[in-house]
Write a protein that binds this ligand. Structure first.
Ligand code: SF4
Length: 123
């Protein structure tokens, strides 16, 4: 889901997350805490020194979260709870991308609010 200039397609990412829209935040949090690899100390290597990490390091983010079964749930949760103030790696994305995604995601959610569209995902 990356454009030719390597910028992620934020619109497509926001669209992909629509399925989690009806899921309550507490449910998402519970699923991420129970199944997220990093929360079980299962990142592929030792946690990096965050002071040395670029907020735009997409490859590091993708590498750290590779194989996690709750990447989209984690991303959705972070967009809801941290939003534009997000830091570090969540949902296999770097913070610069999540800030940019958050603007697109928020606009999309506002547009669909009250339309009654349901995603029907199972966390
Ligand atoms: S997607 Fe990444 S940050 Fe989120 S729970 Fe999984 S490993 Fe942790």
């Amino acid at each position: 889901m990356v454009n030719h200039d390597h910028t992620p397609n934020y619109k497509a990412m926001a669209r992909r997350l629509d399925r989690w829209r009806p899921v309550p935040t507490e449910v998402l949090r519970d699923v991420v805490v129970r199944r997220g690899l990093c929360l079980w100390g299962l990142w592929p290597e030792e946690e990096p020194d965050w002071d040395d990490c670029a907020p735009s390091d997409r490859r590091l983010a993708a590498h750290l979260c590779a194989g996690c079964p709750v990447i989209d749930q984690c991303l959705e949760l972070d967009l809801r709870t941290a939003g534009a103030c997000t830091t570090g790696v969540w949902g296999a994305t770097c913070e610069d991308d999540r800030r940019a995604l958050h603007r697109v995601w928020r606009r999309r959610r506002h547009r669909h609010q009250g339309t009654g569209q349901q995603g029907g995902a199972t966390p």
